[in-house]
Design a binder for this molecule. Structure first.
Ligand code: GLA
Length: 728
């Protein structure tokens, strides 16, 4: 709900559990008064303190009132260059070379329904589910208007923000920084939590108290990156899974980003989130506007668990456009770790037959099917079938796969080109690279210039020819290198600061065209695993391959970190062969299944090489998948214990909305002799109900399971449990 008090110029956003408020003061400055646990309302600007602070200057409007400084006030959208020296949200470069901006209030409007952002991914809602507040600010001297957009999703405590910046003057203006979110906190006793790592070790949780100065994570790799995720949290130092105030902020964007938190001199804090300012410079000609990506905010007064469940709900209901939402997703098998590049028509068919016999429903042909791609140094860009490997074509292969009762899926990497390709030979200028500079290659490949419409159109039509020929119901859209030497032949020198962002807009444009041309094809995102696992991609690709690391024990940590913002149903997770390719570790097949079953589930191994005993386990896993599908797709997710380096078991729980059904999953780490007795406290159950647990005769009261805990059996190393709890 939005309470817009025009007279008091007071704007209050109420969600189920939280309140967010702003007020325009008598100088016309939009101040941030509060964000936190739900309050009745009223004017909270009384919380704001004024004091004469040395070296904090005063705007001209206040004359010599030394107690009024933009450097000390909590602001809703802070500008650089006019006396607020903290992290800016907006930095302009005006035609005269100045970098000053000062925004003052113009008007505010509220309406039912959620705003939309053209060409950008964004949360969506019906008019009953969300409201929009639009506040217009202006820098009269620079003739710049800034529209702050707020989407309020009451039920899931979600507040989205985006910003439109318009040049209403005659001279061009350059944007040097345009954050999607700026959020001031009255105190700085906060922990900054980020999700970091690298290729095959994505999204590890890191938590540290805010120290004086700026702390930031971000990406300048052109993709949101394996190294840092565009989702961060600030929380009270005492906050944990079940208690304490915490704030989660995600950028709905897949390119360069910066998430920065500042603890400033008077012990307040500011968080900004948006496009990374590195090599960002966007020119607004007279009349033009720029729209920032969207930021999504959820505050939980009751710990991380509640915040995550609200994000999961928000993402599932208001971000994913899952073309398969009304049917269970098929169990898939992916050819990559089974064969890499080494296959032909017959080998694939044999593989598919074996998988079909085990109950697999979707066959995904990974890399190697196009051009003359027998290794990763060639053929990207040549999206026609490899004549030697697949002389009968993809159409024939897909029909034979369909005849086995399986659907057919295909891997593509459309943003890339190999120098050894027809495409590169015909259009060497279609790659991103400054003229005269030797290439910086990544995985032997170059990046196509997606800022140029003709490049996207070419790729669209060549891919569409393949899709029209074969019956492809699933596409895995990969992206296997970071951007470097970012320069486009399609833009003049003074516009090169737009390339990173225009590249991302180009990717979104092509994804949208592909979705629309193939409305029944599910697209899975991938970037060397989880290099682009973000809410921007999820808008187009409702599931993303979580990591190239398929080791079940490493995956516990990756999926745990990912779950803070992203629901299990979005996490690509497969059972692969042992010893594992990345770690050399051998984990029991049952345990590999337990971990993959809490994601999208499938196999990535040669199913023909399985023993009869393993085939029986696979059959059981597929049955388990079908049984737990709805719960995992739509249930509430509880992290019970974090993955622990000392080997204590990692446990999590899926609970149905009516709390009558739950699924407890647990994986044991390293074990040592004389294990301790362990009791696992469950959560999210109904304390008054009795639950029957798989394999047990007597039922358990919900309150006992939650307060006293469930006595765990002693498990061997890397063994697992997957237990149903069903209310009687
Ligand atoms: C990336 C993906 C893998 C696989 C290979 C194919 O690394 O993450 O799953 O598709 O590319 O080259």
């Amino acid at each position: 709900m939005i309470i817009l008090d025009s007279e008091a110029r007071l704007f209050t956003l109420q969600t189920r559990n939280t309140t967010y408020q702003m007020k325009v003061d008598e100088k016309g400055v939009l101040l941030h008064t509060y964000y936190g646990a739900k309050l009745q309302g009223g004017d909270l600007s009384r919380l704001i303190r004024f004091a004469d602070r040395g070296f904090s200057p005063n705007p001209s409007q206040v004359g010599n009132d030394r107690t009024y400084s933009l450097d000390t006030l909590p602001q809703e959208y802070a500008c650089a260059g006019t006396g607020d020296f903290r992290l800016p949200a907006l930095e302009l470069e005006l035609a005269d070379g100045s970098h000053a901006a000062e925004l003052r209030y113009v008007e505010a409007k509220a309406c039912r329904g959620k705003y939309t952002l053209e060409g950008l991914p964004a949360f969506f809602a019906s008019p009953e589910e969300a409201d929009t507040l639009a506040i217009t600010l202006e820098d009269a001297a620079a003739h710049i208007r800034v529209e702050l957009l707020y989407g309020v999703f009451e039920a899931c405590d979600l507040i989205t923000r985006a910003v439109r910046i318009r040049n209403c003057g005659q001279e061009p203006v350059r944007l040097r920084r345009a954050a999607s979110l700026c959020l001031d906190f009255p105190g700085a006793e906060l922990d900054f939590v980020t999700f970091d790592g690298g290729h095959v070790k994505e999204r590890g949780l890191n938590r540290a108290p805010l120290r004086p100065g700026i702390q930031s994570v971000g990406s300048v790799r052109g993709i949101s990156s394996h190294q840092h995720n565009p989702f961060v949290m600030l929380c009270e130092p005492s906050a944990g899974e079940e208690h304490g105030l915490c704030y989660g902020a995600a950028l709905v964007y897949s390119g360069n980003f910066e998430a920065a938190a500042e603890r400033e001199q008077f012990e307040t804090a500011r968080l900004t989130l948006g496009i990374h300012p590195f090599h960002f410079c966007w020119t607004l000609e007279a009349g033009e506007a720029f729209t920032t990506p969207e930021a999504a905010l959820i505050c939980s007064p009751n710990g991380f668990g509640q915040m995550s469940r609200q994000f999961h709900q928000a993402v599932r209901s208001h971000l994913l456009r899952d073309v398969w939402h009304s049917r269970r997703k098929p169990v898939l098998v992916n050819s990559w770790e089974a064969f890499y590049f080494d296959y032909d028509h017959q080998r694939l068919l044999r593989f598919a037959r074996e998988a079909a016999a085990l109950g697999v429903e979707l066959f995904v042909l990974d890399d190697g099917w196009f051009g003359h791609r027998d290794n990763d140094s060639t053929s990207l860009g040549d999206w026609w079938v490899h004549p030697k490997k697949l002389p009968e074509g993809l159409g024939a292969l897909s029909r034979e796969i369909n005849a086995l009762g399986m659907e057919f899926g295909l891997w593509i990497e459309p943003e890339m080109v190999s120098e050894d390709s027809e495409l590169y030979r015909a259009h060497p200028d279609w790659v991103l690279n400054p003229p005269g500079r030797p290439y910086t290659r990544g995985r032997c490949q170059l990046v196509l210039d997606y800022t140029r419409p003709e490049v996207r159109t070419y790729i669209f039509s060549s891919l569409q020819k393949v899709l029209d020929d074969a019956h492809v119901s699933f596409l895995k859209w990969d992206m296997n290198r970071a951007l470097a030497q970012v320069w486009s032949a399609g833009l003049p020198a003074d516009r090169q600061g737009e390339v990173y962002h225009r590249y991302v807009l180009g990717v979104y444009d092509l994804l949208e065209r592909m979705r629309q041309a193939n409305p029944h094809t599910l697209i899975e995102g991938c970037s060397g695993g989880g290099g682009r696992f973000d809410m921007g991609m999820l808008y187009y690709t409702p599931q993303i391959w979580c990591s190239d690391n398929t080791d079940a024990i490493d995956r516990l940590r990756i999926q745990y970190g990912t779950s803070f913002a992203y629901p299990p149903a979005t996490m690509g997770a497969h059972v692969s062969a042992v010893p594992n390719e990345q770690t050399g570790r051998s984990v029991p097949l049952e345990t590999r299944g337990v971990v993959a079953l809490s994601g999208t589930f499938g196999y990535e191994m040669d199913m023909g090489a399985l023993s009869q005993q393993e085939k029986d386990v696979v059959a059981k896993q597929i049955a388990d998948y079908k049984e737990s599908y709805d719960l995992i797709q739509t249930g509430d997710y509880y992290r019970l214990t974090p993955p622990s380096p000392d080997g204590a078991p990692t446990a999590w729980l899926h609970v149905s909305a009516d709390q009558r059904t739950a699924l407890l999953c647990l994986v044991s780490g390293q074990v040592h002799a004389a294990q301790p007795f362990r009791y696992l406290k469950l959560r999210g159950l109904d304390p008054r109900l009795q639950y029957r647990i798989t394999g047990e005769d007597l039922s358990w009261p919900g309150d006992v399971l939650m307060q006293a805990g469930y006595p765990l059996p002693m498990l061997g190393e890397y063994q697992s449990l997957r237990l149903w709890l069903k209310a009687e």
